[in-house]
Ligand binder design. Sequence first.
Ligand SMILES: Nc1ncnc2c1ncn2[C@@H]1O[C@H](COP(=O)(O)OP(=O)(O)OP(=O)(O)O)[C@@H](O)[C@H]1O
Ligand SMILES: [Mg+2]
Length: 257
Amino acid sequence: MSANMVEVRGLDVTFGDTRVLHGVDLALAKGRTVGVVGESGSGKSTLAKVLVGAVPAATGQVEVDGVDVVGAGRAALRAYRRRIQMIPQDPYSSLSPRRTVGQALAEAVDPVRARVADHEELIVSWLERVGLTADMLHRYPHEFSGGQRQRIAIARGLIIDPHLVIADEITSALDVSVQAQILDLLAEIKTAMGLTMMFISHNLAVVQRVSDEVLVLYRGQAVESGPVERIYADPQHWYTRRLLDADPGSPGFSLAS
Ligand SMILES: Nc1ncnc2c1ncn2[C@@H]1O[C@H](COP(=O)(O)OP(=O)(O)OP(=O)(O)O)[C@@H](O)[C@H]1O
Ligand SMILES: [Mg+2]
């Protein structure tokens, strides 16, 4: 069994006749963050869905948190899915409009009973950790800004101490200044908790801000991967260079940090 949290080898995914991922390899050690970058349609979300067992692999090996995701049965996947948390792009559609923030978090902690009172201390500590306050416990999603809702989604994803967090374009719907705040928050929590994370974005500068390693996807193939510093200092593939050239001036762009 691998010591890595994620080990993907020779992954192919097809939808009908279309091959969406082709020969993708990825190894992610515990406590590290890999940024997955590539243009729209390059297969980033598909890769994430394979890791959570939502999309089947055509060929290849996929092992996450000690589970053979390709070969696992339904029961094994059900238990496994609780240890792997996705933070969605648009928390407005994933947070129920009829549930308070407290209820949404209680449901994450205890899907069966979901009583706020049973877990209030934990829930409030997570609200505070993501920069919100205890008095927001009983408010509904529409009473928050986009950035605040994304903070709630982060708290909901992390409150159960997941083994792997997958964040798919979680800042792309936000204003530039709010994006930077959310990225800083995530980077801070990640370091404090020693999270293992896959951070997906079409923007290499955004990816750089929270990642240790980068995987560049181009039309379903991993054209480049390596430590974030190396990718920035010495990109090997023309597509990576193009992504870098496109980045200056975009949110969070900084070669110094
Ligand atoms: N369920 C599906 N059935 C058929 N084709 C699909 C399905 N899901 C994704 N695709 C196709 O697979 C390719 C990769 O899609 P994917 O969503 O993984 O890209 P992405 O890199 O996440 O893009 P974006 O940046 O726009 O989110 C696209 O061409 C898409 O149209
Ligand atoms: Mg996507």
